[in-house]
Design a binder for this molecule. Structure first.
Ligand SMILES: *Cc1c(COP(=O)(O)O)cnc(C)c1O
Length: 368
């Protein structure tokens, strides 16, 4: 008797937790998006994998050339591969035309134009601001500390009812560091909107991804990309991990064929050989460590910040001057001197052996 009682009360407890989770998200979704009827595409109902069927439903050209059919709108094969690799259910994954599209979908699902706001933590990835401006969403900026960590209390105080999304980029671009797990967890527990953790650089990091904690936080969205460690910036494939509720909403507003057939094929090829990617990431990380040591010996270098990404943020004595001189030497880097907390900072992407050696040689020459 006792056991049955405990079991049933636990069951109803967990049911009420699920309902609570659902309603937290429901309350954040824009009113017009809640009941939207998504475009129903021909390929939603029948897919090409069932090749015995004759497809006369989508007005495609029947002459086969490899791409004459519309691509799978749900990118099932890529998601199954990712599900295996990342140890997360297919229904918790959404794919986009780069993470930039994923981020835009998140804005459109949760932010009412001319009413809601987002919170960003400069210096950080420039697209959050651009997307907010495109979507007519106000921006609250809370600068990082001088150690490039989030000011948790200030962020929570800055938030109001209209603060729908908070962007945490970790490892952060352009600073390269990861955010303190304690601070991120505090934010996840106390911020009442959606928290997006942008993990574009996670494969270069010694810190663990937040993916394994996804179930604990109904308001968490994690974005990753195939543009950096996976070496596929050209195919435009961004990945979003979140609760089923959030994924369903994003799915209902995404363009039906947002990931094209060539991208899908290339991505699957890449994910079938993911060990190669891990090897490359390891080489890039060890080259980053070597480059950091070399840069630190130069007089023109004032500080090389520690990095969990595939780039180094470097404070020099005169960023504008060195930036121009490097271009004259045929080397293009990113000048971040106008970003908050980044005065006189340049950002160096870790290249191949040749590129890294060229950079060091050029800087040694300028150091004289
Ligand atoms: C490079 C980068 C991305 C990747 O964007 P894609 O559209 O997937 O190429 C996302 N977030 C950050 C912080 C980045 O630096």
């Amino acid at each position: 008797m006792k056991n049955i009682f405990i079991e049933s009360s636990e069951r109803s407890l967990s049911r009420s937790l699920i309902m609570k989770t659902d309603s937290i998200i429901q309350n954040l979704i824009r009113e017009n998006i809640k009941n939207i009827q998504p475009y129903s595409s021909a390929r939603d109902e029948f897919t090409e994998t069932n090749s015995k069927l004759v497809f006369l439903d989508a007005n495609e050209n029947p002459f086969e050339n490899g791409v004459n059919r519309y691509p799978d709108p749900q990118q099932k094969r890529i998601k199954e591969k990712l599900s295996e690799i990342k140890n997360i259910a297919v229904e918790n994954i959404l794919l986009g035309n780069g993470s930039d599209e994923v981020l835009d979908l998140i804005f459109r699902a949760f932010c009412e134009p001319n009413k809601d706001n987002i919170i960003i933590l400069p210096p950080t990835y420039g697209m959050y601001k651009v997307l907010a401006n495109i979507n007519a969403v106000a921006i609250k900026e809370v600068e990082l500390t001088t150690n490039f960590q989030p000011k948790t209390q200030t962020i929570l105080l800055a938030a109001n009812k209209q603060s729908k999304i908070l962007f945490l980029c970790s490892p952060n671009n352009p600073t390269g560091n990861s955010f303190s797990r304690v601070q991120v967890e505090k934010i996840l527990r106390q911020f009442r909107g959606i928290v997006v953790i942008d993990e574009a650089y996670i494969d270069f990091s010694e810190e663990e991804s937040w993916l394994s904690r996804l179930e604990e936080f109904p308001n968490l969205i994690i974005t990753q990309t195939m543009s950096k460690a996976y070496g596929m910036a050209g195919i435009r494939l961004g990945v979003c991990f979140a609760s089923k509720e959030i994924i369903n909403v994003l799915n209902s507003i995404k363009p039906p064929y947002n990931v094209n057939e060539l991208t899908q094929q290339k991505a699957i090829e890449c994910l079938e050989n993911v060990d190669e990617i891990y090897k490359q990431a390891k080489i890039i990380v060890s080259d980053r460590k070597a480059l950091k040591i070399e840069l630190s010996t130069l007089n023109l270098v004032e500080e090389v910040y520690s990095s969990d990404a595939n780039f180094l943020l470097v404070k020099v004595n005169n960023a504008n001057k060195i930036y121009k001189e490097l271009i004259e030497e045929g080397i293009v880097v990113r000048n971040r001197t106008n970003q908050p907390l980044c005065e006189n900072c340049l950002r160096f992407t870790i290249g191949n052996t040749y590129g890294n050696e060229e950079l060091i040689m050029a800087l040694k020459y300028l150091d004289k």
